[in-house]
Design a binder for this molecule. Structure first.
Ligand SMILES: NC(=O)c1ccc[n+]([C@@H]2O[C@H](COP(=O)([O-])OP(=O)(O)OC[C@H]3O[C@@H](n4cnc5c(N)ncnc54)[C@H](OP(=O)(O)O)[C@@H]3O)[C@@H](O)[C@H]2O)c1
Length: 290
């Protein structure tokens, strides 16, 4: 049995479908089973629980041989944070897996470090360290930004004006990867015993700025109005203002500033030398299939 924590999410859903399509038994851990309704006829077991709650994690782990963690606490649902989900929640999953002698495939991000300015990256670093020291057989999959997520976000912020919102100048090159390519790698990491004890880094074939990403989105949807930019000082001020009342939104704004200024380029060659058969989806293909 494979437990997919975060199996209801964007990446998790693709992982679950790939594993189930192989005939493997899959269990999804979710805080609310209504978020798994899209699995419909797929033969997938659903269990309610929260990675922040040790006993519910232990209940989800009964009979499990491999755990995939595709959770994060960077979003808006529930009172989550990178510290409570990406660090502490992953610790619960890892400790439970180690006791049950189950392997762990942990989703992380390219660029994790203990000093990273983005809290999520620091908490992922903590989880990675904990996993390596846990005694459980492990694989870490680090990915760059999911193109589909950011395209959807740009589309949502466009609203009635049709003009996507970009925080900052939007000129910084960033590596975006297709979430379906990441799912193919995670599937491989689950089923391939030679993937244990390895850290894989996956990115897309291009580094593009938010201005270019928005340009591609506007072009494919036949819109001509340019994106709207929120100047960096306003993003900084908004983050400071929202900090005490909407910590998640403040965190996202601070991350947006970092994405506008940090080197987030990536060359995906090492992974494709090791797994040449894995798909590499271009941004043009992602845009064409939206
Ligand atoms: N999005 C990106 O650009 C990106 C880039 C690199 C790496 N990643 C990593 O890839 C993974 C998947 O990302 P995604 O964007 O596909 O995620 P997503 O669609 O936002 O889904 C997040 C998942 O986390 C689960 N979750 C959150 N808090 C939880 C909790 N307390 N207990 C149990 N489950 C919880 C949610 O489950 P329920 O709501 O059903 O409980 C949901 O399935 C994450 O580990 C993320 O850090 C993402």
């Amino acid at each position: 049995m494979i437990l997919v924590a975060g199996g209801s999410g964007r990446l998790g859903t693709l992982i679950v479908r790939r594993l189930a399509a192989r005939g493997l038994r899959v269990r999804v851990l979710t805080r609310d089973r209504r978020r798994t309704a899209h699995f419909g006829g797929d033969r997938v077991e659903i269990i309610e629980g929260d990675v922040r709650d040790g006993p519910s994690v232990d209940a989800a782990l009964v009979g499990v041989g491999t755990v995939v963690s595709a959770v994060h606490g960077f979003g808006d649902i529930g009172n989550v944070s990178p510290a409570s989900v990406d660090r502490d929640g992953n610790c619960n999953l890892i400790n439970g897996a180690a006791s049950a002698n189950a392997a762990v495939v942990l989703m992380s991000v390219v660029g994790t470090s203990p000093e990273h300015p983005i809290e999520l990256f620091r908490m992922k670093h903590s989880a990675e360290e904990h996993l390596r020291a846990s005694g459980a057989p492990w694989t870490i999959v680090r990915a760059t930004a999911f193109a589909e997520f950011w395209l959807d976000l740009l589309d949502q912020t466009a609203g009635a004006s049709g003009r996507p919102v970009i925080f900052g100048r939007g000129a910084n090159p960033i590596n975006f990867v297709s979430v379906s390519d990441v799912a193919a790698l995670v599937e491989r990491a689950v089923v391939d015993p030679s993937a244990r004890g390895a850290t894989f880094e996956i990115g897309g074939p291009q580094n593009v700025s938010f201005n270019e990403l928005a340009g591609g989105l506007l072009q494919t949807s036949g819109r001509t109005a340019p994106p709207r930019h929120v100047p960096r000082p306003i993003v900084r001020a908004l983050a400071a203002l929202l900090g005490p009342v909407r910590p998640n939104r403040a965190r996202q704004l601070r991350a947006a500033l970092a994405m506008d200024t940090m080197d987030l380029t990536f060359l995906p060659t090492a992974l494709h030398r090791r797994f040449p058969e894995l798909p590499v989806t271009s941004l043009a293909d992602i845009l064409a299939h939206r």
